[in-house]
Design a protein around this ligand. Structure first.
Ligand code: ADP
Length: 481
């Protein structure tokens, strides 16, 4: 049976409120189970556990290599149960089983990557004036609140947990209320791996209750969040109550640029992958495609072909399915509403725009949706839709392409398709985004920093930067005179 309690001090407990949240399988709209929903009181309990663990010798005085060993142990347990975890992820989120498995592997590699950092955290020595010098040491930030989205539940949990643990912090994590099940199962593995009680606490709950309580708690030192820009702004405001350290990874409207000299077949395939992957529910999804006007017709033919051959919509447990359902009815409704908006503003519907009813008529499936003739003042050019929905526009010059790409309040990712090496690096340099792919889309790696500029976020996850975000440097001045 699936764990459904609040994970505090290495034990599953009931919520004080007695409130529960129903988990629904988006493929068949059936109830999976009921999960405890934390109140602010429960968050407070978890924070007390995390604070005690932070100062307890069993964690505080554990060497970096022993911390790393615990993290490797956790990764081993995930590896041993990866089929179970992937199955739960697909039930709860609806993503294809193969994608869930891809995410689980990412969880393992991320935990191992940061396990390797755990014994390599140190400061530096800085000569200052004669007979004086300073040295620095790196401390944990403290008790870290981590608020997880529903699009990559376990992977986002690992991105946040890995550096927090390597840095010696303790954690109060809240999964998204739509998709808590894989993370709660993972919580059971945390206890099994042998982490001291209170180091990692995981509470399912609503954003406005448990999420808000984390952002507002006076004894939480940092809050890390992945989710929508609107919620990110709210959390930032709330977190100012005690000037929490913040890491925010929010929305995007990432452009994919197809220049006239691009390998159009490659551009078409990566466009399909970058837009419809995870049913379009990726913050870095390349949801605006900007194509040089001279190659638009050819690109569209290849793009539609790529969708036909690579983008099988269907039951996420069926082999070969690329696109499963949207995560919830609310998301499904929101995306379909954008179809009407796009039509009324004069964009051309080239494909899809309707529900997909091929899985027994049930589930929150939407056909891959393509709009062309999209102008920069249209809603679908500007707003993050978070669905299998792409807006295609044209440009005439490289300069115009860059200006159009940058004409957004977001700046998360971008992709450039060209065979001209100088143009590739020139555009990559000028584009306003935290990440840029040249002749590719959606690559990420635990070693490479991930994050946005503008309203796509603050700070970086992954890589060395992601670790720095979970340590704080103390400077100690020494007088030898
Ligand atoms: P969506 O709108 O797509 O559900 P959100 O960005 O609101 O996405 O949700 C991402 C995460 O943030 C979830 O875990 C959610 O519960 C949490 N959350 C939502 N609202 C708040 C809030 N006011 N304070 C803290 N966390 C929140």
């Amino acid at each position: 049976s699936l764990p459904t309690g609040l994970f505090i001090n290495n034990e599953f407990v009931k919520a004080t409120s007695g409130e529960k949240i129903t988990s629904i399988n988006p493929t068949n709209e059936e109830i999976i189970c009921e999960v405890e929903a934390a109140s602010s009181e429960d968050v407070d309990k978890a924070v007390k556990a995390a604070r005690a663990a932070l100062n307890h010798e069993s964690w505080r005085d554990l060497s970096g290599s022993d911390k790393g060993a615990l993290m490797h142990k956790l990764a081993d347990l995930v590896e041993a149960e990866k089929e179970v975890l992937a199955t739960i992820e697909t039930w709860d989120n609806g993503k294809p089983y193969e994608s869930s498995m891809f995410d689980i592997v990412e969880v393992i590699t991320t935990l191992r990557y940061y396990a390797g950092w755990a014994d390599k955290i140190h400061g530096s020595t800085i000569p200052t004036t004669p007979l004086k010098f300073a040295y620095t040491v790196r401390h944990p930030i403290g008790v870290c609140g981590q608020i997880i989205p529903w699009n990559f539940p376990l992977a986002m949990a690992a991105w946040k947990l890995g550096p927090a643990l390597a840095g010696g912090n303790t954690v109060v994590m809240k999964p998204a209320e739509q998709t808590p099940l894989s993370i709660l199962y993972f919580a059971g593995l945390i206890a099994k791996a042998g982490f001291p009680p209170g180091v990692i606490n995981i509470l399912n709950g609503h954003g406005k209750d448990a999420g808000h309580a984390i952002a507002a708690h006076l004894d939480i030192d940092k809050v890390a969040f992945t989710g929508s820009t609107a919620t990110g702004k709210m959390i930032m405001k709330t977190a100012s109550v005690n000037m929490k350290n913040i890491t925010l990874e929010t929305g995007g409207k990432s452009p994919l640029l197809v220049f006239s000299d691009a390998d159009l077949e490659q551009a078409a395939k990566w466009s399909q992958f970058g837009i419809f992957g995870n049913s379009g529910q990726i913050c870095t999804s390349t949801s605006r495609v900007l194509v040089h006007e001279s190659v638009l017709d050819k690109f569209l033919v290849l793009f539609k072909e790529a969708i036909k051959t690579l983008n099988k919509v269907g039951d996420p447990f069926e082999e070969g399915t690329f696109q499963g359902p949207q995560v919830t009815k609310a998301q499904y409704d929101k995306i379909l509403a954008y179809v009407d908006v796009a039509k009324s503003e004069g964009a051309t519907l080239a494909m899809g725009g309707v529900p997909f009813k091929g899985v027994g008529g049930k589930g929150y499936f939407i056909e891959p949706t393509v709009f062309t003739n999209v102008k920069s003042d249209m809603t679908i050019y500007r707003e993050e839709i978070f669905g299998p929905f792409v807006a295609i526009s044209t440009f005439k010059t490289e300069e115009e392409a860059v200006a159009m790409a940058n004409d957004s309040t977001y700046g998360l990712a971008s992709a450039i398709f060209t065979q001209d090496i100088a143009r590739a690096h020139r555009v990559a340099d000028r584009i306003e985004s935290g990440m840029c792919w040249i002749n590719s889309s959606q690559d990420s790696d635990p070693r490479v920093p991930f994050g946005g500029v503008k309203q796509s976020g603050i700070g970086r996850e992954l890589g060395e930067a992601g670790l720095s975000a979970y340590t704080c440097e103390k400077a100690i001045h020494v007088n030898l005179g």
